[in-house]
Ligand binder design. Structure first.
Ligand code: SF4
Ligand code: SF4
Length: 439
Protein backbone atom coordinates (compact mmCIF):
# COMPACT_ATOMS: atom_id res chain seq x y z
CA UNK A 1 0.00 0.00 0.00
CA UNK A 2 2.86 2.34 0.73
CA UNK A 3 4.17 1.80 -2.79
CA UNK A 4 0.75 2.68 -4.22
CA UNK A 5 0.51 5.80 -2.06
CA UNK A 6 3.97 6.83 -3.28
CA UNK A 7 2.84 6.32 -6.90
CA UNK A 8 -0.29 8.37 -6.29
CA UNK A 9 1.64 11.13 -4.53
CA UNK A 10 4.06 11.26 -7.50
CA UNK A 11 1.13 11.45 -9.95
CA UNK A 12 -0.47 14.17 -7.83
CA UNK A 13 2.76 16.19 -7.88
CA UNK A 14 2.89 15.83 -11.69
CA UNK A 15 -0.76 16.94 -11.94
CA UNK A 16 -0.03 20.02 -9.81
CA UNK A 17 2.92 20.96 -12.05
CA UNK A 18 0.82 20.47 -15.21
CA UNK A 19 -2.02 22.59 -13.84
CA UNK A 20 0.31 25.40 -12.71
CA UNK A 21 2.18 25.46 -16.02
CA UNK A 22 -1.11 25.22 -17.91
CA UNK A 23 -2.38 28.39 -16.25
CA UNK A 24 0.86 30.30 -15.70
CA UNK A 25 3.19 28.98 -18.42
CA UNK A 26 3.41 29.98 -22.10
CA UNK A 27 0.23 29.93 -24.20
CA UNK A 28 2.09 28.22 -27.03
CA UNK A 29 1.11 24.55 -26.69
CA UNK A 30 4.42 22.95 -27.83
CA UNK A 31 6.16 24.80 -24.98
CA UNK A 32 3.66 24.12 -22.24
CA UNK A 33 3.91 21.12 -19.92
CA UNK A 34 0.12 20.76 -19.61
CA UNK A 35 -0.53 20.25 -23.32
CA UNK A 36 2.66 18.27 -23.96
CA UNK A 37 2.29 16.15 -20.81
CA UNK A 38 -1.38 15.27 -21.31
CA UNK A 39 -1.83 15.10 -25.10
CA UNK A 40 1.58 13.87 -26.26
CA UNK A 41 3.26 11.93 -23.47
CA UNK A 42 0.62 10.68 -21.02
CA UNK A 43 -1.72 9.23 -23.63
CA UNK A 44 1.06 7.34 -25.41
CA UNK A 45 2.62 6.07 -22.17
CA UNK A 46 -0.83 5.05 -20.92
CA UNK A 47 -1.35 2.74 -23.92
CA UNK A 48 2.18 1.33 -23.56
CA UNK A 49 1.68 0.67 -19.84
CA UNK A 50 -1.66 -1.04 -20.47
CA UNK A 51 -0.06 -3.36 -23.02
CA UNK A 52 3.09 -4.09 -21.05
CA UNK A 53 1.68 -4.29 -17.53
CA UNK A 54 -1.94 -3.42 -16.87
CA UNK A 55 -4.05 -0.66 -15.43
CA UNK A 56 -1.09 1.39 -14.22
CA UNK A 57 -2.91 4.71 -14.50
CA UNK A 58 -5.74 3.70 -12.13
CA UNK A 59 -3.14 2.17 -9.80
CA UNK A 60 -1.38 5.56 -9.58
CA UNK A 61 -4.55 7.63 -9.93
CA UNK A 62 -4.15 11.00 -8.18
CA UNK A 63 -7.91 11.67 -8.31
CA UNK A 64 -8.62 8.79 -5.88
CA UNK A 65 -5.93 10.13 -3.54
CA UNK A 66 -7.75 13.48 -3.42
CA UNK A 67 -11.11 11.79 -2.81
CA UNK A 68 -9.59 9.68 0.02
CA UNK A 69 -8.57 12.92 1.71
CA UNK A 70 -12.04 14.40 1.15
CA UNK A 71 -13.66 11.33 2.68
CA UNK A 72 -11.92 11.99 5.96
CA UNK A 73 -14.28 14.94 6.23
CA UNK A 74 -17.47 13.61 4.68
CA UNK A 75 -17.44 9.93 5.76
CA UNK A 76 -20.16 8.89 3.25
CA UNK A 77 -22.68 6.18 4.18
CA UNK A 78 -24.97 6.17 1.14
CA UNK A 79 -24.44 3.57 -1.59
CA UNK A 80 -24.56 4.45 -5.30
CA UNK A 81 -28.24 3.93 -6.27
CA UNK A 82 -28.94 0.63 -7.99
CA UNK A 83 -30.73 2.32 -10.92
CA UNK A 84 -27.58 4.39 -11.63
CA UNK A 85 -25.38 1.29 -11.97
CA UNK A 86 -24.63 1.52 -15.66
CA UNK A 87 -21.64 2.79 -17.56
CA UNK A 88 -23.87 4.90 -19.81
CA UNK A 89 -22.94 8.25 -18.12
CA UNK A 90 -19.23 7.42 -18.38
CA UNK A 91 -19.63 6.56 -22.07
CA UNK A 92 -21.51 9.83 -22.61
CA UNK A 93 -18.65 11.73 -20.94
CA UNK A 94 -16.16 9.82 -23.07
CA UNK A 95 -17.91 11.05 -26.23
CA UNK A 96 -18.18 14.57 -24.77
CA UNK A 97 -14.43 14.73 -24.09
CA UNK A 98 -13.68 13.49 -27.63
CA UNK A 99 -16.03 16.12 -29.04
CA UNK A 100 -14.60 19.00 -27.00
CA UNK A 101 -11.08 17.83 -27.85
CA UNK A 102 -11.82 17.95 -31.60
CA UNK A 103 -14.02 21.03 -31.63
CA UNK A 104 -11.84 23.38 -29.62
CA UNK A 105 -8.47 21.73 -30.24
CA UNK A 106 -7.67 21.00 -26.61
CA UNK A 107 -4.14 19.93 -27.58
CA UNK A 108 -3.41 23.55 -28.39
CA UNK A 109 -4.97 25.10 -25.24
CA UNK A 110 -2.79 24.88 -22.11
CA UNK A 111 -5.23 26.69 -19.78
CA UNK A 112 -8.20 24.63 -20.96
CA UNK A 113 -6.18 21.44 -20.49
CA UNK A 114 -5.29 22.52 -16.94
CA UNK A 115 -8.98 23.32 -16.37
CA UNK A 116 -9.94 19.83 -17.54
CA UNK A 117 -7.54 18.29 -15.00
CA UNK A 118 -9.10 20.39 -12.23
CA UNK A 119 -12.60 19.46 -13.39
CA UNK A 120 -11.60 15.81 -13.15
CA UNK A 121 -10.38 16.25 -9.57
CA UNK A 122 -13.59 18.06 -8.64
CA UNK A 123 -15.82 15.37 -10.16
CA UNK A 124 -13.97 12.50 -8.46
CA UNK A 125 -14.05 14.26 -5.08
CA UNK A 126 -17.73 15.26 -5.35
CA UNK A 127 -18.98 11.83 -6.40
CA UNK A 128 -16.89 9.74 -4.04
CA UNK A 129 -17.24 12.10 -1.08
CA UNK A 130 -21.01 11.58 -1.30
CA UNK A 131 -21.16 7.81 -1.83
CA UNK A 132 -19.43 4.74 -0.42
CA UNK A 133 -17.32 2.40 -2.54
CA UNK A 134 -15.72 3.69 -5.71
CA UNK A 135 -18.65 4.79 -7.91
CA UNK A 136 -16.59 7.41 -9.72
CA UNK A 137 -14.13 4.77 -10.98
CA UNK A 138 -16.79 2.20 -11.77
CA UNK A 139 -19.65 4.25 -13.23
CA UNK A 140 -18.52 7.81 -14.03
CA UNK A 141 -14.87 8.08 -15.05
CA UNK A 142 -14.41 8.00 -18.86
CA UNK A 143 -10.68 7.43 -18.57
CA UNK A 144 -11.33 4.52 -16.21
CA UNK A 145 -13.65 2.86 -18.76
CA UNK A 146 -10.93 3.25 -21.42
CA UNK A 147 -8.47 1.59 -19.03
CA UNK A 148 -10.90 -1.21 -18.11
CA UNK A 149 -11.56 -2.05 -21.77
CA UNK A 150 -7.90 -1.85 -22.76
CA UNK A 151 -6.63 -3.86 -19.78
CA UNK A 152 -8.40 -6.92 -21.22
CA UNK A 153 -5.21 -7.09 -23.30
CA UNK A 154 -2.80 -6.71 -20.36
CA UNK A 155 -0.51 -9.57 -19.37
CA UNK A 156 -1.30 -9.23 -15.64
CA UNK A 157 -4.43 -9.46 -13.52
CA UNK A 158 -5.12 -9.41 -9.78
CA UNK A 159 -6.11 -12.97 -8.88
CA UNK A 160 -6.08 -15.59 -6.13
CA UNK A 161 -3.05 -17.82 -5.87
CA UNK A 162 -4.76 -20.99 -4.64
CA UNK A 163 -8.54 -21.38 -5.08
CA UNK A 164 -8.60 -24.08 -2.38
CA UNK A 165 -7.53 -21.52 0.23
CA UNK A 166 -10.45 -19.26 -0.78
CA UNK A 167 -12.87 -22.20 -0.63
CA UNK A 168 -11.98 -22.65 3.05
CA UNK A 169 -12.08 -18.90 3.79
CA UNK A 170 -15.05 -17.65 5.80
CA UNK A 171 -14.13 -13.98 6.26
CA UNK A 172 -14.03 -12.80 2.61
CA UNK A 173 -11.83 -9.95 3.73
CA UNK A 174 -10.64 -9.29 0.17
CA UNK A 175 -14.15 -7.93 -0.44
CA UNK A 176 -15.24 -6.73 2.99
CA UNK A 177 -11.94 -5.33 4.20
CA UNK A 178 -10.24 -5.45 7.61
CA UNK A 179 -7.61 -3.57 9.58
CA UNK A 180 -5.01 -4.56 6.97
CA UNK A 181 -6.85 -3.12 3.98
CA UNK A 182 -10.24 -1.77 2.99
CA UNK A 183 -11.22 -4.59 0.61
CA UNK A 184 -12.48 -4.16 -2.92
CA UNK A 185 -14.41 -0.92 -3.31
CA UNK A 186 -15.36 -1.94 -6.84
CA UNK A 187 -17.30 -4.96 -5.51
CA UNK A 188 -15.07 -7.64 -7.06
CA UNK A 189 -14.86 -10.83 -4.96
CA UNK A 190 -11.52 -12.33 -5.91
CA UNK A 191 -12.39 -16.06 -6.11
CA UNK A 192 -15.11 -15.19 -8.60
CA UNK A 193 -13.36 -12.35 -10.37
CA UNK A 194 -12.67 -12.95 -14.08
CA UNK A 195 -10.32 -10.65 -15.98
CA UNK A 196 -9.58 -6.97 -15.49
CA UNK A 197 -12.97 -5.34 -16.08
CA UNK A 198 -13.61 -2.82 -13.27
CA UNK A 199 -10.28 -3.60 -11.58
CA UNK A 200 -8.23 -0.50 -10.78
CA UNK A 201 -5.15 -2.50 -9.71
CA UNK A 202 -5.43 -0.74 -6.34
CA UNK A 203 -4.33 -3.92 -4.54
CA UNK A 204 -6.62 -3.21 -1.56
CA UNK A 205 -7.79 -6.82 -1.79
CA UNK A 206 -4.19 -8.05 -1.65
CA UNK A 207 -3.57 -6.00 1.51
CA UNK A 208 -6.78 -7.28 3.12
CA UNK A 209 -6.44 -11.01 2.41
CA UNK A 210 -5.39 -12.55 5.76
CA UNK A 211 -4.05 -15.65 4.03
CA UNK A 212 -1.78 -13.76 1.65
CA UNK A 213 -3.60 -15.59 -1.12
CA UNK A 214 -4.00 -12.73 -3.58
CA UNK A 215 -1.57 -10.98 -5.90
CA UNK A 216 -0.69 -9.98 -9.42
CA UNK A 217 -0.69 -12.99 -11.75
CA UNK A 218 0.50 -13.47 -15.32
CA UNK A 219 -2.20 -14.57 -17.76
CA UNK A 220 -2.86 -14.85 -21.49
CA UNK A 221 -3.61 -11.30 -22.71
CA UNK A 222 -7.07 -11.06 -24.21
CA UNK A 223 -8.29 -14.44 -22.91
CA UNK A 224 -11.02 -12.72 -20.86
CA UNK A 225 -12.57 -11.41 -24.09
CA UNK A 226 -13.90 -14.86 -24.94
CA UNK A 227 -14.55 -16.00 -21.37
CA UNK A 228 -18.32 -15.73 -20.99
CA UNK A 229 -18.49 -16.81 -17.32
CA UNK A 230 -20.44 -14.86 -14.73
CA UNK A 231 -18.07 -12.41 -13.03
CA UNK A 232 -18.20 -11.03 -9.53
CA UNK A 233 -19.15 -7.35 -9.58
CA UNK A 234 -19.76 -7.47 -13.34
CA UNK A 235 -22.30 -10.24 -13.94
CA UNK A 236 -22.69 -11.95 -17.32
CA UNK A 237 -20.89 -9.90 -20.00
CA UNK A 238 -23.41 -11.15 -22.58
CA UNK A 239 -26.22 -9.48 -20.59
CA UNK A 240 -24.49 -6.12 -20.13
CA UNK A 241 -25.57 -3.74 -22.90
CA UNK A 242 -23.32 -1.03 -21.44
CA UNK A 243 -20.25 -3.27 -21.76
CA UNK A 244 -21.19 -4.05 -25.37
CA UNK A 245 -21.48 -0.29 -26.01
CA UNK A 246 -18.09 0.23 -24.34
CA UNK A 247 -16.44 -2.31 -26.69
CA UNK A 248 -18.04 -0.66 -29.74
CA UNK A 249 -17.15 2.87 -28.60
CA UNK A 250 -13.59 1.75 -27.83
CA UNK A 251 -13.11 0.83 -31.51
CA UNK A 252 -15.25 3.42 -33.32
CA UNK A 253 -14.08 6.23 -30.99
CA UNK A 254 -10.47 5.33 -31.87
CA UNK A 255 -11.26 5.39 -35.59
CA UNK A 256 -13.07 8.73 -35.39
CA UNK A 257 -10.40 10.31 -33.20
CA UNK A 258 -7.69 9.35 -35.71
CA UNK A 259 -9.79 10.20 -38.80
CA UNK A 260 -10.69 13.66 -37.45
CA UNK A 261 -7.00 14.65 -37.70
CA UNK A 262 -6.75 14.02 -41.42
CA UNK A 263 -7.48 16.09 -44.55
CA UNK A 264 -10.25 13.70 -45.76
CA UNK A 265 -12.16 14.45 -42.53
CA UNK A 266 -12.10 18.18 -43.33
CA UNK A 267 -13.27 17.46 -46.88
CA UNK A 268 -16.11 15.27 -45.56
CA UNK A 269 -17.13 17.99 -43.09
CA UNK A 270 -17.33 20.50 -45.94
CA UNK A 271 -19.49 18.16 -48.00
CA UNK A 272 -21.78 17.51 -45.04
CA UNK A 273 -22.12 21.23 -44.53
CA UNK A 274 -22.98 21.80 -48.22
CA UNK A 275 -25.43 18.88 -48.33
CA UNK A 276 -27.34 19.88 -45.21
CA UNK A 277 -26.96 23.63 -45.32
CA UNK A 278 -25.70 23.60 -41.74
CA UNK A 279 -23.01 26.17 -41.02
CA UNK A 280 -20.63 26.53 -38.10
CA UNK A 281 -17.95 24.21 -36.72
CA UNK A 282 -20.04 22.81 -33.86
CA UNK A 283 -23.03 21.47 -35.84
CA UNK A 284 -20.80 20.19 -38.65
CA UNK A 285 -18.55 18.33 -36.21
CA UNK A 286 -21.72 17.12 -34.48
CA UNK A 287 -22.83 15.56 -37.78
CA UNK A 288 -19.42 13.91 -38.17
CA UNK A 289 -19.79 12.45 -34.67
CA UNK A 290 -23.33 11.22 -35.33
CA UNK A 291 -22.07 9.58 -38.51
CA UNK A 292 -18.91 8.08 -36.98
CA UNK A 293 -20.18 7.07 -33.55
CA UNK A 294 -23.85 6.29 -34.18
CA UNK A 295 -25.08 5.84 -37.77
CA UNK A 296 -22.08 4.00 -39.23
CA UNK A 297 -21.46 1.72 -36.20
CA UNK A 298 -25.18 0.98 -35.84
CA UNK A 299 -25.45 -0.05 -39.50
CA UNK A 300 -22.26 -2.13 -39.50
CA UNK A 301 -22.96 -3.83 -36.16
CA UNK A 302 -26.61 -4.49 -37.06
CA UNK A 303 -25.61 -6.07 -40.39
CA UNK A 304 -22.88 -8.15 -38.79
CA UNK A 305 -25.14 -9.30 -35.97
CA UNK A 306 -27.76 -10.28 -38.55
CA UNK A 307 -25.24 -12.28 -40.58
CA UNK A 308 -23.74 -13.94 -37.50
CA UNK A 309 -26.89 -14.83 -35.55
CA UNK A 310 -27.75 -18.51 -35.39
CA UNK A 311 -30.31 -18.22 -32.61
CA UNK A 312 -31.58 -15.64 -30.12
CA UNK A 313 -32.01 -11.91 -30.68
CA UNK A 314 -29.86 -9.54 -32.74
CA UNK A 315 -28.94 -7.70 -29.54
CA UNK A 316 -27.84 -11.00 -28.01
CA UNK A 317 -25.67 -11.76 -31.05
CA UNK A 318 -24.04 -8.31 -30.77
CA UNK A 319 -23.39 -8.65 -27.02
CA UNK A 320 -21.95 -12.14 -27.45
CA UNK A 321 -19.43 -10.95 -30.06
CA UNK A 322 -18.76 -7.29 -29.09
CA UNK A 323 -15.57 -8.04 -27.06
CA UNK A 324 -13.78 -9.01 -30.29
CA UNK A 325 -13.77 -5.29 -31.26
CA UNK A 326 -11.46 -4.38 -28.36
CA UNK A 327 -8.05 -5.59 -29.68
CA UNK A 328 -8.45 -3.74 -33.00
CA UNK A 329 -9.55 -0.66 -31.04
CA UNK A 330 -6.37 -0.94 -28.98
CA UNK A 331 -4.35 -1.21 -32.19
CA UNK A 332 -5.87 2.04 -33.48
CA UNK A 333 -5.39 3.93 -30.18
CA UNK A 334 -1.85 2.56 -29.93
CA UNK A 335 -0.95 3.54 -33.50
CA UNK A 336 -2.47 7.04 -33.14
CA UNK A 337 -1.19 7.94 -29.68
CA UNK A 338 2.08 6.10 -30.34
CA UNK A 339 2.61 8.34 -33.39
CA UNK A 340 2.37 11.50 -31.28
CA UNK A 341 4.52 10.04 -28.49
CA UNK A 342 7.25 8.76 -30.79
CA UNK A 343 7.44 11.87 -32.98
CA UNK A 344 7.33 14.25 -30.02
CA UNK A 345 8.98 12.32 -27.20
CA UNK A 346 11.91 14.71 -26.79
CA UNK A 347 9.77 17.84 -26.62
CA UNK A 348 9.12 17.46 -22.90
CA UNK A 349 12.82 18.10 -22.11
CA UNK A 350 13.07 21.76 -23.24
CA UNK A 351 9.59 22.43 -21.82
CA UNK A 352 10.79 21.13 -18.43
CA UNK A 353 14.00 23.16 -18.69
CA UNK A 354 12.03 26.27 -19.54
CA UNK A 355 9.55 25.70 -16.67
CA UNK A 356 12.43 25.22 -14.21
CA UNK A 357 14.12 28.35 -15.52
CA UNK A 358 10.90 30.32 -15.05
CA UNK A 359 10.48 28.97 -11.52
CA UNK A 360 14.05 29.42 -10.26
CA UNK A 361 15.10 32.34 -12.45
CA UNK A 362 18.15 30.41 -13.69
CA UNK A 363 18.87 27.46 -15.98
CA UNK A 364 18.99 24.75 -13.27
CA UNK A 365 18.18 21.95 -15.80
CA UNK A 366 20.28 23.49 -18.60
CA UNK A 367 19.27 25.83 -21.43
CA UNK A 368 16.21 24.66 -23.39
CA UNK A 369 16.90 23.41 -26.90
CA UNK A 370 13.55 23.73 -28.67
CA UNK A 371 14.56 21.69 -31.71
CA UNK A 372 14.16 18.39 -29.82
CA UNK A 373 11.59 16.03 -31.31
CA UNK A 374 11.64 12.28 -31.80
CA UNK A 375 11.26 9.60 -34.41
CA UNK A 376 10.56 10.49 -38.04
CA UNK A 377 6.84 10.41 -38.99
CA UNK A 378 7.47 7.58 -41.49
CA UNK A 379 9.10 5.37 -38.83
CA UNK A 380 6.39 6.18 -36.29
CA UNK A 381 3.73 5.27 -38.88
CA UNK A 382 5.49 1.95 -39.53
CA UNK A 383 5.40 1.17 -35.78
CA UNK A 384 1.72 2.13 -35.80
CA UNK A 385 0.98 -0.25 -38.68
CA UNK A 386 2.65 -3.03 -36.66
CA UNK A 387 0.40 -2.29 -33.66
CA UNK A 388 -2.61 -2.19 -35.95
CA UNK A 389 -1.73 -5.60 -37.42
CA UNK A 390 -1.38 -7.02 -33.89
CA UNK A 391 -4.78 -5.53 -33.03
CA UNK A 392 -6.33 -7.20 -36.08
CA UNK A 393 -4.79 -10.56 -35.13
CA UNK A 394 -6.18 -10.18 -31.59
CA UNK A 395 -9.65 -9.35 -32.89
CA UNK A 396 -9.65 -12.23 -35.36
CA UNK A 397 -8.56 -14.62 -32.59
CA UNK A 398 -11.19 -13.29 -30.18
CA UNK A 399 -13.94 -13.50 -32.84
CA UNK A 400 -12.91 -17.06 -33.71
CA UNK A 401 -13.06 -18.08 -30.06
CA UNK A 402 -16.34 -16.21 -29.49
CA UNK A 403 -18.06 -18.14 -32.27
CA UNK A 404 -20.64 -20.39 -30.58
CA UNK A 405 -23.74 -22.34 -31.35
CA UNK A 406 -25.60 -19.01 -31.12
CA UNK A 407 -23.21 -16.81 -33.15
CA UNK A 408 -21.07 -17.42 -36.26
CA UNK A 409 -17.52 -16.12 -36.09
CA UNK A 410 -16.83 -15.23 -39.73
CA UNK A 411 -19.05 -12.10 -40.05
CA UNK A 412 -17.26 -10.55 -37.07
CA UNK A 413 -13.88 -11.55 -38.50
CA UNK A 414 -14.88 -9.96 -41.83
CA UNK A 415 -16.02 -6.76 -40.05
CA UNK A 416 -12.73 -6.52 -38.13
CA UNK A 417 -10.72 -7.07 -41.34
CA UNK A 418 -12.71 -4.33 -43.13
CA UNK A 419 -12.26 -1.88 -40.23
CA UNK A 420 -8.56 -2.72 -40.09
CA UNK A 421 -8.33 -1.74 -43.77
CA UNK A 422 -10.09 1.55 -43.02
CA UNK A 423 -7.85 2.24 -40.01
CA UNK A 424 -4.73 1.41 -41.96
CA UNK A 425 -5.76 3.92 -44.65
CA UNK A 426 -6.56 6.61 -42.06
CA UNK A 427 -3.25 6.13 -40.27
CA UNK A 428 -1.23 6.49 -43.47
CA UNK A 429 -2.76 9.93 -44.21
CA UNK A 430 -0.42 12.79 -43.28
CA UNK A 431 -1.03 13.55 -39.59
CA UNK A 432 -0.20 16.86 -37.92
CA UNK A 433 2.45 16.36 -35.24
CA UNK A 434 1.85 17.53 -31.69
CA UNK A 435 4.46 19.48 -29.81
CA UNK A 436 7.01 19.57 -32.61
CA UNK A 437 5.50 21.90 -35.19
CA UNK A 438 3.71 25.16 -34.44
CA UNK A 439 0.04 24.28 -33.97
S1 SF4 B 1 -8.60 -13.88 -1.52
FE1 SF4 B 1 -8.15 -14.10 0.69
S2 SF4 B 1 -9.83 -13.03 1.75
FE2 SF4 B 1 -10.51 -13.39 -0.39
S3 SF4 B 1 -11.65 -15.31 -0.31
FE3 SF4 B 1 -9.52 -15.83 -0.86
S4 SF4 B 1 -8.50 -16.27 1.08
FE4 SF4 B 1 -10.44 -15.18 1.60
S1 SF4 C 1 -9.94 -6.63 -7.29
FE1 SF4 C 1 -8.38 -5.86 -5.88
S2 SF4 C 1 -7.00 -4.63 -7.16
FE2 SF4 C 1 -8.91 -4.91 -8.32
S3 SF4 C 1 -10.15 -3.12 -7.82
FE3 SF4 C 1 -10.73 -4.75 -6.37
S4 SF4 C 1 -9.40 -4.37 -4.58
FE4 SF4 C 1 -8.52 -3.24 -6.27
Amino acid sequence: MRARRALQAGALAVAVVLVLHGFLGPDFAPRNLATLGVWVHMRGLLVLALLAFGNAFCMACPFTLARDWARRLTRPVRRWPRSWRTKAPALGLFVAVLFVYERWGLWSLPAATAGLILLYFAAAVLVDAAFTGAPFCKWVCPLGQFNFAASALSPFEVAVKDPAVCAACSTKDCLRGNAGGRGCELGLFLPRKVGNMDCTFCLDCVAACPAGNAGLALRLPGAELFDGRWRSGVGLPSKRADLGALSALFLFGALLNAFAMTAPASALAERLSEATGLRGATPVLGMLFVLGLAALPAGLLWGTALASRREGTLGGAFLAAAPCLVPLGMGVWGAHYGFHLLTGIGTIVPALQSAAEGLFGAAVLGRPSWGMGGMSPASAQAVGQGLLALGLLGSLGAAWNLGTRAVRAWPWMALCAALWGAASWVLTRPMPMRGVMPI
